[in-house]
Design a protein around this ligand. Structure first.
Ligand code: MN
Ligand code: MN
Length: 395
């Protein structure tokens, strides 16, 4: 009888689940070597990992793609990453002229523009409108229940949407075509004061994403509003913001203090140079939802009770850190790592391990950790969000 497992050819370049001290054994059975290569810290976890820390990673590449004429979307929610209860994310692309149709939802929507340009349109409960174009590195924020639409401009666009509810689904929003399709025609006629014949050609169901003509310049689409435009801008130029610079990279923090309308989602755009590391820290306010824009990184989440687990991330992955868990993000590749940290909060906050120790009596640190002047003299009272140590930089 033939074996269901094909003979394998030993290949020195295939990573094996064997630690440097010899623990483990070769995996000669069925395996996905491409995934093992992408997850070296799952295949051979650091010896400091221990216990049942839940999964903190999901790749958008493992999600279902909604393909429509006009664009695509895919999402990571509690259905994909069960621990991620506070926020859900949607990655969407629109063709030139492609439209994410007029809709609203109960969640706040926070967005980061990854590629290209888009026009966004919204109207608030006071009848004040907002129409603007956004480009790479720009954000938008729509408060819960505020209706809006997005349209790709000349080169199309790709963006990340984040919602303050892990159970959110972008396929279950309140859409204008869906409402029209499910309202009696005589009610539509009465509501708008026109004959029923005016609705003969309305779409029979929700459109979600569809192809339209590329719109003209913004000035040609301005809609004069007797009530004026919204008092707080729904957009913010995050990449254009002056970053906090530290030796291993940069951080741009955005929350309701500098983007006032964004009262339910706070974020940081972090750049970690090759050889750099987002320092050991935690957040005192809420869970962290991460999106990796470029590069390769690893993170260990320290979950107390002697437990910790290490994950590897790359562009297109989502990471998650439960409230209070200690963590770092180390650049493990040759490229710069750019990632977003997002929180269901009105403010961004982090606590630095290094700064905490530097601002604590020396004797307390010394007697607790059994460390000497070498470490105590190196502690920093100033926060460096991204560190870079020459001593540990690989050649
Ligand atoms: Mn929306
Ligand atoms: Mn963090």
């Amino acid at each position: 009888m033939d074996s269901p497992v094909p003979d394998h050819c030993p290949d020195e370049s295939v990573p094996q689940p064997i630690r440097a001290d010899g623990a483990g054994a070769a995996d000669s059975g069925p395996r996905d070597v491409a995934r093992d290569r992408q997850n070296p810290d799952l295949l051979v976890p650091p010896i400091t990992d221990r216990g049942r820390v839940p999964n903190l990673k999901f790749s958008f590449s493992d999600t279902h793609m909604q393909l429509r004429h006009g664009g695509w979307s895919r999402q990571v929610s509690v259905r994909e990453l069960p621990i991620a209860t506070t926020l859900a994310g949607v990655n969407m692309a629109l063709t030139p002229g492609g439209v994410r149709e007029l809709h609203w939802h109960r969640e706040a929507e926070w967005a980061f523009m990854i590629l290209g340009r888009a026009r966004i349109t919204a109207v608030d409960q006071f009848g004040q409108n907002f129409i603007a174009d956004v480009g790479i590195g720009d954000l938008w924020y729509f408060p819960p229940g505020i209706p809006h639409a997005i349209q790709g401009l000349e080169d199309g666009c790709e963006f990340l949407l984040v919602f303050d509810n892990g159970s959110f689904s972008d396929l279950d929003t309140f859409s204008i075509t869906d409402w029209f399709a499910h309202t009696p025609r005589d009610v539509l006629a009465e509501n708008f004061g026109v004959p029923e014949s005016a609705f003969e050609k309305i779409p029979p169901e929700e459109r979600y994403i569809f192809q339209a003509e590329v719109p003209g310049p913004l000035r040609t689409q301005r809609v004069a509003d007797p009530y004026g435009t919204v008092p707080q801008s729904f957009t913010h130029r995050l990449l254009a913001q002056e970053p906090i610079i530290s030796p291993g990279g940069t951080v741009r923090i955005v929350d309701s203090t500098n983007f006032p309308v964004s009262t339910r989602i706070a974020a940081a755009l972090v750049e970690v140079e090759p050889g750099g590391m987002r320092e050991m820290h935690w957040h005192p306010n809420n869970d962290e939802w991460q999106y990796y824009l470029s590069g390769e990184a690893r993170m260990t989440a320290f979950a107390a009770e002697g437990t910790a687990r290490t994950f590897d991330y790359r562009a297109g992955d989502v990471g998650y850190v439960p409230f209070g868990f200690g963590h770092y993000i180390q650049n493990t590749g040759p490229q710069t790592v750019w990632f977003l940290e997002m929180f269901a909060s009105n403010r961004y906050a982090d606590v630095s391990l290094n700064q905490w120790m530097a601002l604590t009596p020396r004797e307390m640190i010394q007697e607790t950790l059994h460390v000497g002047p070498e470490l105590l003299n190196a502690l920093r009272k100033e926060k460096w969000q991204v560190v870079k140590s020459e001593a540990i930089t690989p050649p």
